[in-house]
Design a protein around this ligand. Structure first.
Ligand SMILES: Cc1ncc(COP(=O)(O)O)c(C=O)c1O
Length: 402
């Protein structure tokens, strides 16, 4: 008998080696996807949990309703109505292990390996991995500073359909997009809804970042603009509160939900965390959103100002976000941001390369920069450090202004 069992030849064809350990933190860590750590309301969550346990702690010995804790579903249905104009019932809200699980069960309910799904040109790497792992071919549709370009989407749908690859659905992150930081204006959303109806392609709307706005007005949710059931709406408590809660949710027509349920990875969403979230947010939702905005605004402004000071006149472009966690740096064509990740890390700056988010294989000259995690001062200094690093590589040439 061998002393070490070998799994050679036993892995699924779609499995691939992925780092299991915790990611490293750079001195200036712009690679992460966290909301501001300093405003996580630990005391409020403990207090909320205490209230919840007193009320229904005995129920923790059972598996809760399949769609999750009732009190949190009631709260969530009301939040969707108040914040997003989405009219739903607590029974239609389905709680999941983060919005990641919500996306995955919907992907599996709606697509088979070999199918095609359309996303933004650059898209959250977690969803891209889920699509790839499920054997789905993700195709990115062109974007500009306002997100998906309706005319280009229409054309892409037509082309893919003509090639026999009619998309199973459109996955979009319309508010403070990950990774580009863009928000799609309501008027564009209406156009996109019309296009999707014409092509009979449903929309999976990922509204994960909607609570993280510090400037301007939220745009109307696809799921409130369309009332035919064509839109499936996903959101999360990870970004509003903290990812470690592992609580997200989706709302979809019953015929979709009843198929998605079978793909969930475990029995129910975290009941213990649900008590804490409902207990805290019932009293403090608006206060907490205000705290978030107060923290995020100066952080984003510091990063954007430093980009202006250090990258202005080099031909680089960057997003000026109104919320969320990210800005998106586009260096002149040919700047190898993807190849420089490790060296930049050693120089002090962590970022994620644009190519990580690119279904179409582009984005090598781009980087996603998270402004939410570090302080405003570190955001300012870290961008200066990145510029110095790139300058040392001869990559900060001055370019004529457009
Ligand atoms: C757009 C988007 N959707 C979903 C997720 C998954 O988050 P969670 O599962 O923690 O809700 C993320 C996390 O970064 C995200 O950016």
């Amino acid at each position: 008998m061998a002393t070490t069992f070998s799994y050679e030849g036993k892995f699924s064809t779609r499995s691939k080696q992925t780092a299991v350990s915790h990611p490293r933190h750079a001195i200036y860590d712009f690679a992460v996807a966290y909301p501001p750590p300093e405003i996580v309301p630990f005391d409020g969550l403990v207090e909320g949990l205490r209230k919840g346990l007193e009320r229904e702690g005995h129920d923790l010995v059972y598996y809760t309703e399949r769609n999750g804790n009732e009190a949190l579903r009631e709260f969530t249905a009301q939040k969707l109505l108040d914040d997003r104009g989405i009219s739903t019932t607590p029974d239609q809200v389905f709680m999941t292990a983060g919005s990641g699980e919500a996306n995955y069960v919907l992907i599996k309910a709606l697509s088979d390996p070999g199918d095609t799904v359309v996303t933004e040109q650059y898209v959250y790497v977690g969803t891209l991995n889920q699509l790839n792992n499920h054997g789905v071919n993700a195709v990115g549709s062109p974007i500009d500073d306002d997100g998906l370009i309706p005319e280009a989407l229409d054309e892409l749908f037509t082309d893919l359909t003509a090639q026999g690859k009619k998309p199973k659905f459109l996955y979009t992150i319309p508010e403070h997009q990950n990774p580009t930081g863009s928000t799609t204006p309501t008027e564009r959303r209406k156009q996109i809804i019309e296009i999707c109806h014409r092509h009979e392609i449903p929309i999976l709307e990922d509204d994960c970042y909607v609570d993280l706005r510090f400037d301007g007005e939220a745009q109307e949710a696809y799921a409130s603009l369309d009332t035919t059931g064509m839109v499936m709406h996903v959101a999360s408590y990870s970004k509003l509160l903290v990812p470690g809660l592992r609580l997200g949710y989706f709302v979809a027509p019953d015929e979709v939900t009843s198929r998605a349920v079978g793909f969930r990875s475990s029995g129910t969403a975290n009941h213990f965390a649900s008590l804490a979230v409902e207990g805290y947010l019932t009293d403090y939702l608006q206060d907490h959103k205000d705290d978030l905005a107060e923290s995020l605004g100066p952080k984003a402004n510091a990063m954007v100002a430093s980009l202006g000071e250090n990258f202005g006149g080099t031909g680089a472009r960057w997003a000026t976000p109104q919320g969320g966690c990210y800005t998106w740096l586009t260096m002149p064509e040919g700047t190898p941001m993807s190849d420089l990740v490790d060296e930049a890390f050693d120089a002090g700056v962590g970022y994620l390369p644009g190519s990580n988010f690119a279904p179409n294989g582009d984005g090598q000259n781009c980087a996603r920069l998270c402004f939410a995690y570090e302080t405003p001062e570190k955001n300012r200094d870290g961008i200066a450090c990145l510029a110095e690093f790139l300058d040392g590589k001869g990559l900060m040439k001055s370019a004529p202004a457009d």
